[in-house]
Design a protein around this ligand. Structure first.
Ligand SMILES: C[S@@+](CC[C@H](N)C(=O)[O-])C[C@H]1O[C@@H](n2cnc3c(N)ncnc32)[C@H](O)[C@@H]1O
Length: 377
């Protein structure tokens, strides 16, 4: 990956000793495991052995001011950054901004199905400043171009203008910065805050703490409500509001629906087993109340509505846009579209990340409860 020349200043990793000795780390992990004992999370925590929490993870944590070692599998290829690096001609804000040191309550650990996450190991109060979100401060326009080039290289020339690929979800918007906007990109370099997952019921937010007109380049993670011990920290990534991304999600939703037409027709006629399309098989299972492991897409189908659609013997026809997908199916296909783009949300599959079970299905999309119905494109 070609990166823009950096005008960054060198950051000096803090040389503080790792504060939690092995025994304290083991105790912390045991209590986390105990707390989430019947969840997939507890099983994932069992994978953390001495190698995972060995010297590599200890060095990384020390460099970013974390109390506990960070699992080696989480930080492969990720450079620890105690403070931002400034690239693309951006300069560090000149006015000194006092930043809190990293909270000693934080522990990075596996958090299935979202990779690794950040856990609060003791209760935290609303409004608490937990530390800085560090990474490379990049000009938004240049960073976007780079992401798009990578996307075209990976997905082909017909890729849309939407910048979504995995890397993008590590970049946090840091204000307009007097120009085209600034993001803090923590994909390749950062600290523990880069592991905070997205939740539809977030418990933290980013606060911009730049000074004067240089209101960019410094982001604080602040709790937005009281947090209980062993909860995961979460924020709302908010990228749903990127128009190009939304257009791509909906184009993929329409494509997926049109690809399924003949199978949907079979579904409406006989409810016989549907073979070729896995998405229609999910609808079939919902209709027939087939029990089984929770397939996350099932969450976005209302059984009564789907039954009415099927019983109406409607014939399914090509949709030109997602607005033409039948009412009972649009949410299901919108989430499927988001999954194809790479931004489907699975927060409610992890109780530590979202205990309410309410999830919009798309990373950064508002919950249906506050966002009823389909929007116009
Ligand atoms: C900023 S990182 C968070 C740390 C990441 N879990 C890791 O282990 O490196 C963003 C990535 O985490 C995952 N992620 C975060 N929140 C998610 C969510 N609500 N649903 C699904 N995946 C999520 C996605 O893979 C996303 O690209």
């Amino acid at each position: 990956m070609k990166r823009a020349m950096s005008e960054s200043r060198e950051t000096t990793p803090r040389a503080a000793p790792l504060k939690a000795p092995a025994q304290q780390t083991e105790e912390a992990l045991a209590s986390l495991r105990q707390h989430w004992q019947s969840e997939p999370l507890a099983e994932a925590l069992n994978t953390l052995d001495a190698t995972e929490l060995g010297p590599e993870g200890q060095r990384w944590s020390r460099a970013v001011g974390l109390h506990f070692p960070t699992p080696a599998s989480a930080i492969r290829g990720v450079q620890p950054l105690a403070g931002n690096e400034y690239a693309d001609g951006l300069r560090a804000p000149s006015a000194a901004v006092a930043m809190p040191s990293m909270s000693s309550a934080l522990l990075v650990a596996p958090a299935p199905p979202c990779g690794h996450g950040v856990f609060a190991m003791r209760p935290l109060q609303a409004g608490q400043r937990l530390g800085e979100y560090t990474g490379e401060a990049r000009r938004y326009d240049l960073w976007c171009e780079e992401i798009k080039a990578r996307k075209v290289a990976r997905r082909g020339a017909e890729s849309s203008a939407s910048p979504f690929i995995l890397e993008e979800l590590y970049a946090a918007w840091a204000g307009i910065g007097g120009g085209e906007g600034v993001v803090i990109d923590a994909f390749a370099k950062g600290n523990a805050m880069r592991f905070i997952n997205c939740s539809c019921q977030p418990n933290c937010s980013f606060k911009n703490v730049g000074a004067g007109f240089e209101k960019h380049g410094r982001l604080l993670v602040v709790t937005s409500r009281d947090i209980e011990a062993f909860e995961q920290l979460s924020v709302d990534y908010g990228w749903y509001f990127d128009p190009a991304t939304l257009a791509e999600v909906r184009a993929e939703a329409t494509k997926a629906y049109n690809e399924d037409l003949s199978h949907l027709q079979a579904l409406s006629k006989s409810r016989a087993s549907v073979s070729a399309s896995s998405s229609v098989r999910i609808l079939q299972d919902v209709l027939q109340e087939v029990p089984g492991p929770t397939e996350f897409l099932r969450r976005y189908v209302d059984r009564a509505q789907l039954t009415r659609l099927v019983e109406s013997k409607k014939s399914f026809s090509q949709a030109k846009s997602y607005l033409e997908i039948p009412e009972a199916l649009w949410h299901f296909y919108e989430v499927l579209g988001a999954d194809r783009v790479g931004i489907s949300c699975r927060c409610a599959l992890d109780k530590s990340l979202n205990a309410t079970g309410l999830c919009s299905g798309i990373i950064g999309r508002p919950l249906q409860a506050t966002h009823l119905g389909r929007e116009k494109q």
